[in-house]
Design a binder for this molecule. Sequence first.
Ligand code: CMX
Length: 434
Amino acid sequence: MSMLKQKLAEKIPVFASEVNDIRKNHGDKVISEVTVSQAYGGMRSIKCMVTETSALDPNEGIRFRGYTIPDLQKALPHAAEGAEPLPEGLFYLLLTGELPTEENVKEISAEWAKRSKMPDHVTKVLDAMPKTTHPMTQFAAGILALQTESIFAEKYREGMSKNEYWDPTYEDTMNLLARLPSLAAYIYRRSYKDGVVPAAKPELDWAGNFAHMLGYDDKMFRELMRLYLTIHADHEGGNVSAHTTHLVGSALSDAYYSLSAGMDGLAGPLHGLANQEVLRWIIELQQKLGGGVPSKDQIVKALWDTLNSGQVVPGYGHAVLRKTDPRYMAQREFALKHLPKDELFQVVSMIYEVAPDILMEHGKAKNPWPNVDAHSGVLLVHYGMHEYDFYTVLFGVSRAMGVLASLIWDRALGLPLERPKSVTTEYIKSVINK
Ligand code: CMX
């Protein structure tokens, strides 16, 4: 058994017993109340689910198992050639709650490399779709096509005790995470390049090898992928991709079904697709102006035009955050260090200077500050990845680590079918009139 699985097998009974005690002895304690506005308003802020892997503070931002992004940049192992954290280390942390050693991380890299071969039918399923199919459609379909490999589904059919659920979910997760880079690279190469994925380099780490399979062998692109795949992994449990994965998983749908559904949610423009929308917004602005770097005044006008036409400014605002997203800051710092003179970075920085004031003056968005998606595209373009329709797939490869780590814990804790109660407007009126 791997060190990771061994560690998990030790932790599960201890933590499961703690949770059982809490549920048994404090189940009636009230932690949230629900207002009519929340029932109509997307359930904002209702504390009604438990996710262990990360927690989001509106004013501080994300902590992964208690660690901020700057903490992780220091504490997680990195590749010999660079300074950015290795996402395998984050996965270890999300799953176990403990910081990994170099050895732990190397073991995961090696295990994912070993498990990485996709069955042949997956590429055939993708080949049946036009190359112009949106990459997120291909990604979700590819994950579903991989479902033929589900060990959980097989064991469930054979008959398995509830106590064992976490084990095949762990195996499915490890196989999925091992194969997602190959799947994503195939989608990228067939949609935009020659359809040939460069042969994997198993001696590289997960993100480094992914960069290579996408066709990028620049050391700095590898470093960017390490950072990118680390910071996009998890954002507590209530966001659409995490919540969907959890919800679908609660029906005991296996990790493939659950993740594929989560990715359908990530593909929405109010969620992960915003990263492509940000770049599209900037490029369309540049095209309208005949190219070059737009002036601050031109950016101000374009922001107002977007708002006045009833559209959202992509990359700005957040349902929980009330400050600049630390994931935005991590990417901005990467840009300041490695590409300070990049023209597109200048544009992104100018938007950052003016957009918050405009959004505040506009008066609708509760959070006028940029989120993770406002910055990722410019970094990718700098290293040559211009195909912005693909960006959400990169987000998805990373997000899979967080939502699947949570799914393993859902199974380990025996969390039940999710089934909130809906009410009708008639019911709400009756409560108001009481
Ligand atoms: N531009 C214009 N209007 C915005 C806005 C923005 N960036 N952000 C919020 N608003 C508007 C909302 O559309 C809403 O308008 P209505 O009252 O007409 O419905 C109003 O402000 C209040 O919204 P809110 O409570 O501040 O924000 P929500 O929790 O409803 O939505 C989010 C959060 C992210 C969907 C929203 O800020 C948005 O649409 N941002 C742009 C898209 C984006 O960047 N999404 C990526 C988020 C990060 C991620 O998940 O990847």
